[in-house]
Design a protein. Structure first.
Length: 99
């Protein structure tokens, strides 16, 4: 996906933004009661605001495993990580679900 945003209506703070987004999803069923899925996404932003140029790239990688306990119940776990070249830290997610 490509997004272009240009705001020249505010003469004191005009900006120009180019955003590129790519996302890929994968689902795999090794057996009828197990589903494995993964996702990778990247977002690149180039911005010019008040004459200053900046750019940043953010990545997200995640995975999920689900198990069908019976026809009405399933359980799953999630894990993922989010990181960017504009910050020094990583955000990690881990979780579970039953329903």
């Amino acid at each position: 996906e490509y997004r272009y945003d240009s705001n020249k209506s505010d003469l004191n703070n005009p900006y120009l933004k180019h955003v590129y987004i790519f996302s890929n999803h994968l689902n795999y069923h090794p057996s009828r009661d197990i589903t494995l899925s993964g996702q990778y996404a990247v977002k690149n932003v180039d911005t010019t605001f008040s004459g200053l140029e900046s750019s940043g790239m953010t990545h997200m990688l995640s995975g999920r495993a689900m198990y069908d306990i019976n026809e009405r119940w399933d359980a799953g776990i999630h894990t993922g990580v989010l990181w960017s070249n504009m910050s020094s830290g990583r955000r990690v997610l881990v979780g579970g679900e039953v329903g």
